[in-house]
Ligand binder design. Structure first.
Ligand SMILES: [Zn+2]
Length: 135
């Protein structure tokens, strides 16, 4: 009885696994930020954004049709993907730093322009500009 039940559970688990083999799950797009799909229906395949952007050549740049979560996890462990993900992260960080730097310098420039404007309004000597800019 116990063995029969166990066999039934294994068979059920295999059916569930079998169902997952051929079916793309939308929740994977949220779970794996680098994942995107190409095509639809029978032409549906999974693509890695990071590897594609980095110009790598692997199953996830040509279009992977192995619709298993394990294939996604395995791809994440590959050296190709890890280096692509690093490049992508560095590009994001560089853009954020660059945007922040230009924002800071814009703020600084606006403050300097206001100071110069105030000096001219008050008819103060220009040599006071440096002193006021340090405040
Ligand atoms: Zn990848």
């Amino acid at each position: 009885m116990f063995v029969r039940c166990l066999i039934g559970q294994v068979a059920t688990m295999n059916r569930e696994k079998g169902g997952r083999h051929n079916q793309f799950l939308d929740k994977w797009l949220k779970e794996f930020g680098w994942l995107q799909t190409r095509g639809s229906g029978n032409d549906l395949s999974m693509i890695c954004k990071d590897c594609t952007k980095a110009g790598k050549k692997n199953a996830f740049t040509s279009g992977c049709k192995n619709f298993q979560r394990l294939a996604l996890v395995h791809h994440m462990s590959q050296v190709d993907h890890k280096s692509s993900a690093k490049v992508s992260l560095q590009q994001k960080n560089f853009k954020a730093a660059s945007d922040n730097a230009s924002k800071v310098s814009d703020d600084s420039l606006v403050k300097q322009m206001r100071t110069a404007y105030w000096l001219s309004q008050e008819e103060m000597p220009p040599k006071k500009f440096n002193l006021l800019s340090c405040l």
